[in-house]
Design a protein around this ligand. Structure first.
Ligand SMILES: [Zn+2]
Length: 260
């Protein structure tokens, strides 16, 4: 590609905002909820069957996040395009932001990208998404509103041949205020194996939303990872959204009580 125009006028917007004027203190993001690929990138040379897999998106996360947004009347910002085009939870400068291999799958359309190719993806997809999040958060702060930042993700039950027993992970970086409360509540459910900064841990290098949006603003936050086979259909999405709505409401009430 030689110019900077990646998305045609008739292609989906990279940012989907639900309930921009939502009344809840909770603010949801779903960086990997989409699996669209800009037409010009010709499916990145990857077979459609691979683009249905977890490597392309966080399976189930759009449905769970939409339901949580509705349950709380909460703003949710959802990415439309596949993480294989550009990972919106990475600094665009790290190699894994546009991976040449994901798990074991080669991504031919990501091999040999020029600086202009990369810049086009950042400009068309990454920047509008993060500018919208930042704009919404800044507007809430300017209005004196409290915000609790909740980054919604899902993880594959099997990665590189290794299966994962945990149903849910609670992730955090420097500030575990909300995460520790949510961990207690999830463990008290009694029927769950809960990951504490697992199957991933948040870091400045492997994440973007928490270290760039939540932590610099001093927002309480948590990153949630739900195992994908549990939310692979509408019934699972609804069940997990209902459970997480109950637990997040309780966690936020405790957080508020603790903050006086
Ligand atoms: Zn994710």
């Amino acid at each position: 590609m030689t110019d900077a125009i990646l998305l045609a006028a008739d292609e989906p917007d990279p940012v989907c905002v639900l309930r921009a004027d939502g009344t809840s203190d909770l603010f949801f993001t779903a960086d990997h909820a989409g699996r669209q690929i800009p037409r010009r990138l010709d499916r990145l040379g990857v077979p459609e069957s691979e683009l249905m897999r977890h490597i392309a998106w966080d399976i189930g996360m759009r449905g769970v996040t939409e339901r949580l947004s509705a349950a709380f009347d909460a703003t949710a910002v959802i990415q439309t395009y596949s993480r294989l085009v550009i990972d919106c939870n990475r600094d665009p400068g790290v190699p894994s932001a546009m991976p040449e291999i994901s798990e074991h799958t080669p991504i031919p359309g990501n091999v040999g990208l020029t600086d202009a190719d990369k810049a086009a993806r950042v400009a068309a997809i990454f920047t509008p998404y993060h500018e919208r999040i930042a704009g919404l958060l800044d507007a809430r702060a300017a209005a004196g509103r409290r915000t609790v930042y909740i980054a919604m993700h899902s993880f594959t039950p099997t990665f590189k041949g290794e299966s994962r027993a945990m149903e849910i992970g609670v992730l955090y970086n420097r500030d575990a205020r909300l995460a520790s409360i949510l961990l207690d509540l999830l463990r008290a459910e009694g029927d769950l194996t809960v990951g504490d900064n697992a199957p991933y841990a948040v870091s400045d290098l492997t994440d973007y939303g928490v270290p760039r949006h939540a932590e610099p603003r001093g927002l309480a936050y948590v990153e949630i990872e739900i195992r994908q086979d549990l939310i692979a259909d509408a019934t699972g999405e609804a069940a997990w959204a209902q459970r997480m709505a109950r637990l997040l409401a309780a966690a936020d009430a405790r957080l508020k009580a603790a903050s006086g």
